[in-house]
Design a protein around this ligand. Structure first.
Ligand code: ZN
Ligand code: ZN
Length: 463
């Protein structure tokens, strides 16, 4: 084993093979599969920091962790960008059915939910099939009522059901508030039957927030059965609050490019998480996969097996994704004038295996994508003609003109766990995580060692 590794190193050190990006990508890919550095990263972040709600001291501790970890891994130019975000804290959250079927229901407040009075409210539940039905309710008709929206979100490999039903959580509470409702409940945007609630942010615009919460899937089913039998009254207490402004931030490190350092491949995941679990699949996994892939390149450079890549590979542990979405990417761009983001990609869909390669790059980069597809094929990753969309944190970077690649993960079980107290380290499958790292390190090496422009065709690159 030791001899074989040394032999491989000496072969790759010969200039001809070291200059063959596909040979290097293949070597790094295979090395990732033998046990990548990623699991140690996700284990460390979820254990030593735990939950990392944006704007809180816990997120600040995560940034300190990120700086120390990146330095220890050998990243260059490790730095932090901080910026202000609103700070929200969870309070008491209880619900009881009042009357002959008196019983507790399990729920959790949505991010940025308003509050009930401390003593709670007692009100009748009005059920709607979907957001459209809620929107059609006459103005003022819901005065003092608790709105409940049920749904039938199902598992999907590509996670598309979250898109289809997400509007219930994001837009539903504000619509209910506008119509006079006292509170809003939804069946969690989840696909499992565990009695855990799925939180997530909701948006209010100019509307004064009301209490808004997600029932667990079994509790929503229970409420639906009770409503089938007749009117239901709930006593609901939710006391979250806004506590002013806090700091969020990006933690950034890089492998500086050898000959084109201002051409940058920008990748990462987000460092913040919801407060209920320890944010293992969302998104310590993405932090681990992207830093773990870069670490394989750092180690191979240090050992003399491979040269520095032509371009800079920059890994960003993005700040507040859960509540402030694209702000993290906007802040990244603001802090790095003069650099051109050639290509960007985000890992923010857990740690289960990558099954599909999607890209949105300049026509001239298509042959490079074909080479990448060949290196990824033995990992069970198939190329797709569908365009890549990236993730929330890199939205602004894509808009700046960068090409984008999705290494699309299998999301079949993602929404069983997403945004719940159950998002913990034990849900990470090490073998599947290493398959992710194998895909990412192949992609990073091929794109960073290339001189092909990759800006996607829809948007002109920045001057
Ligand atoms: Zn996420
Ligand atoms: Zn999330």
């Amino acid at each position: 084993m030791r001899f074989a590794a040394l032999l491989a190193a000496s072969i790759l050190a010969t200039p001809a093979l070291a200059a063959d990006p596909v040979a290097v990508a293949t070597m790094l890919r295979d090395r990732a599969l033998t046990g990548s550095p990623a699991y140690a990263v996700v284990e460390s972040l979820t254990t030593e920091v735990g939950q990392r709600l944006a704007g809180t001291p816990a997120e600040a501790r995560a940034r300190d962790w990120g700086v120390a970890r990146m330095k220890a891994m050998g990243f260059q130019n490790v730095h932090v960008q901080t910026y202000d975000v609103p700070r929200w804290e969870r309070g008491v959250e209880t619900a009881e059915v009042v009357g002959t079927s008196a019983q507790r229901l399990v729920l959790t407040a949505l991010g940025y939910s308003g509050a009930t009075p401390a003593a709670g409210i007692t009100a009748q539940v009005v059920r709607f099939a979907d957001v459209d039905a809620l929107s059609a309710a006459p103005a003022g008709s819901l005065k003092g009522k608790i709105v409940f929206i049920d749904h039938a979100m199902q598992r999907a490999q590509d996670g598309s059901s979250y898109g289809a039903f997400g509007g219930i959580r994001r837009a539903g509470p504000a619509i209910a508030a506008q119509k006079g409702a006292a509170a809003f409940l939804l069946r969690s945007l989840g696909t499992g039957t565990a009695r855990v609630s799925h939180t997530g942010t909701t948006t209010w615009g100019d509307v004064t927030p009301i209490a808004a919460a997600a029932l667990t899937v079994p509790d929503a089913q229970q409420l639906a059965r009770l409503l089938d039998r007749g009117p239901v009254t709930l006593h609901l207490t939710l006391t979250p609050r806004l506590t002013g402004t806090g700091k969020s931030g990006n933690v950034i490190g890089e492998i500086t490019g050898a000959t084109a350092p201002r051409e940058v491949i920008v990748v990462g995941g987000h460092l913040d998480s919801w407060d209920l679990g320890t944010g293992a699949i969302d998104d310590a996994a993405g932090i681990a996969i992207t830093t773990g892939a870069a670490k394989l390149i750092i180690d191979a450079i240090k050992s003399g097996e491979i040269p520095r890549p032509r371009r800079t590979i920059r890994v960003v542990m993005f700040g507040d994704e859960e509540s402030q979405g694209p702000l993290s990417g906007q802040q990244y761009l603001k802090g790095h004038p003069g650099d051109t983001a050639i290509l960007t990609a985000e890992s923010d869909f857990g740690a289960d295996r990558v099954w599909q390669l999607r890209s949105n790059v300049a026509a001239g980069a298509k042959p490079l994508m074909a080479s990448l597809a060949k290196v990824l094929a033995p990992l069970g990753i198939a190329p797709s003609s569908a365009a890549a969309h990236g993730g929330t944190d890199i939205e602004a970077i894509i808009e700046s003109g960068a090409g984008v690649i999705d290494l699309a993960q299998d999301g079949t079980r993602y929404f069983d766990i997403h945004h719940t107290a159950d998002d913990t380290l034990d849900k990470i499958d090490r073998v599947q995580m290493d398959q992710n790292v194998a895909g990412w390190v192949s992609m990073l090496w091929l794109t960073a060692s290339s001189d092909v422009p990759m800006a996607h065709p829809a948007i002109a690159p920045l001057p």
